[in-house]
Design a protein around this ligand. Structure first.
Ligand code: 1PX
Length: 215
């Protein structure tokens, strides 16, 4: 049967969310961005329990954004661009220090946005890796080059420990459920530039609005 209960999870569909979240005029659909993150969390959870401390934080951030999307002001949260405009115009963002809006959409999305850069770097390393490539090293290198700069020592330490128990490249590719190694590499070759594009558009938007250091 092909019922949803038997639907095998494929990383391709997840990464597709980051392609379809872009409209022609380069607006980023928040709903689809969040759907992409949901799928990534599902993927991460299938790698084992040690990663739940990482996924828990991602899940709570996804939930904050979903609540905005489904809330009474949901119409302002259709795209990342409209969210930024709405929250800034209405003073809903703590811009320099934590205050009355500790969980704004803007600061919450910024955390996922920074993690998306890690994902981009990691997937690119996976794509070009050789058969004996170490996922733990690829993951740590990508992390050190991106997300780690925003994390305190204790989180960096814990993340480093999680990387050490990452499954090897063959298991990783298998869990992705995309097919042969060639297929995975091909899929990544299409997905990484899309992720990179979404990242760049968000980064530019945040830079223009001085939001890159939100507390
Ligand atoms: C084929 C590859 C697919 C892999 C999919 C894995 C998705 C990774 C999802 C990572 C999401 C991490 C979100 C982190 C957001 C964050 O930076 N939060 C911190 C700051 O938040 P705050 O509200 O306090 O300002 C927060 O302190 C984070 C705590 C959790 C630890 C974060 C460690 C990040 C490591 C990222 C690498 C994940 C490696 C998973 C291996 C698959």
């Amino acid at each position: 049967s092909t019922g949803p209960e038997n639907h095998k999870f494929s990383l391709q569909e997840v990464l597709d969310s980051f392609r379809v979240c872009l409209s022609e005029d380069e607006h980023v659909s928040l709903e689809r961005y969040v759907a992409g993150w949901r799928g990534l969390v599902k993927f991460m959870n299938s790698l084992g329990n040690v990663f739940t401390f990482i996924s828990k934080d991602a899940v709570s951030k996804i939930q904050i954004l979903v609540n905005f999307l489904n809330g009474e002001n949901g119409s302002h949260y259709v795209t990342i661009q409209s969210m930024v405009k709405y929250e800034l115009e209405n003073g809903l963002v703590d811009v320099s220090k934590r205050g009355t809006h500790p969980e704004s959409g803007c600061r919450t999305l910024l955390r996922l946005h920074r993690a998306l850069r890690w994902l981009e770097l990691f997937l690119e390393r996976l794509r070009i890796s050789k058969e004996d490539g170490k996922t733990s090293v690829m993951c740590a290198d990508a992390y050190n080059e991106s997300l780690s700069q925003h994390h305190p020592w204790v989180i960096r330490k814990a993340a480093g420990m999680a990387f050490c128990v990452l499954p090897g490249r063959p298991t990783f590719f298998e869990v992705m459920n995309v097919g042969s190694t060639e297929k995975v590499v091909e899929m990544l070759g299409e997905a990484v530039p899309m992720i990179s594009k979404v990242y760049k558009i968000t980064e530019d938007l945040y830079a223009q609005n001085n939001l890159l250091e939100l507390p």
